[in-house]
Design a protein around this ligand. Sequence first.
Ligand code: ZN
Ligand code: ZN
Length: 424
Amino acid sequence: MEIDGYIVVEHSDSVSGYLSIIDKAIESLRDALWLVNQFIHLNPELAFKEYEAHRVLTDFVRSEEGWRVTPSAYGMATAWVAVYDSGKAGPVVSLNIEMDALPGLGHACGHNLIATASLSAGIAVAESMKKHGVPGKVVLFGTPGEEGVGGGKIRLLEAGAYKDVEISLISHPGIFNNSPLVRTTAFCRLEVEYHGRAAHAANSPWLGVNALDALVIAYNAVSVLRQQTMPSDVIGMSITDGGGPPNVIQAYAAGVCVLRAASASRLKELQRKVTACFQAGAEATGARADIKVVDGYADHVPNRVLAESYRQYWNSLPDVPEPAIPPKDQFTWVKASTDQGNISYAMPSVNASFAIPPGPNSGPPHTPDFERASGTKAAFDRALRVGKALAGTAVDVLTTPGLIEKIKQQWRRDMDAVEQRVLG
Ligand SMILES: [Zn+2]
Ligand SMILES: [Zn+2]
């Protein structure tokens, strides 16, 4: 279609046009991708120690023609970057590849499947460039340390790894949703230490300043605060040091809170309220409070223009699995946190949830059941389907005139809404 000399490619045209190319590219590598997927699953490695996964993934990309691979990138042993440049001017699209497992639980978060989906998508985009003249560049990032508060992607962002990249795509397995429009929670950690003064608890307690009392007051204040929080707020608190023998006035006590909220701005508000609870303990007892904020992850702000491309590719592939992907513009809320959230504040992002067939006990991520489920052939098949839909999304961005501008406009609107929430 041509309007005012400007070529307009309907989404549905590009879906049918490129899907068979993408499908062929990924299916021709099915056996090799299965070996990589299984290898990572059977060799779980913790955050920033993903040495074997780094090796097999970079070897795989290197074996494909035309990719420029940088191992151990940006000062991290297990971060890597691979670039395929079509040689023709166009947008720069990227996919993130998580690799880490959980302490004592192996790949119970299914990051082997994330790696498979993004890897297959990247290769399929490059194939579309090689054989069918698709312009632009595709970049794969090996992003270490997503679990805990590792924040490998934040370190890459800060190091400038994404400075020339225009969009970021990733996916995450679970058992409940197939959705490209996923919001996740913002998350941080607040640590408090109380310093009081020791005294004999029987003969001169009036000489003491009780740090444990300060902590108990803070704990109770936080408990009461929960009555006035929003349904999407989560505050978990534990006492990490309750002092020494009971016949001494406690000179030292410590605790920690983990906070989650629907947005980075709401998290700041919650952080202010919890800090006030901590200060109340100090005020009431005279103990000194040392409060430390450990930054976690921002909430994920998904890009609805990108998500719509993904949805169309997902529904165009045969044998659409249950549950159905939600209708256009319907968000899916996942109460978990990811450093892809921080990426979504830096550029348009999609973090697609996909359901894999659950294990015998229907365990969600971070359970032994999910560790087993993420190693099956059925889960791998789903990851390849995700890879095809991600590749389709990327190819749409590269080939549809005006689409990248539309995506960026949406992102700016989303960021303006975030800012207004902060100011409001
Ligand atoms: Zn996880
Ligand atoms: Zn995960």
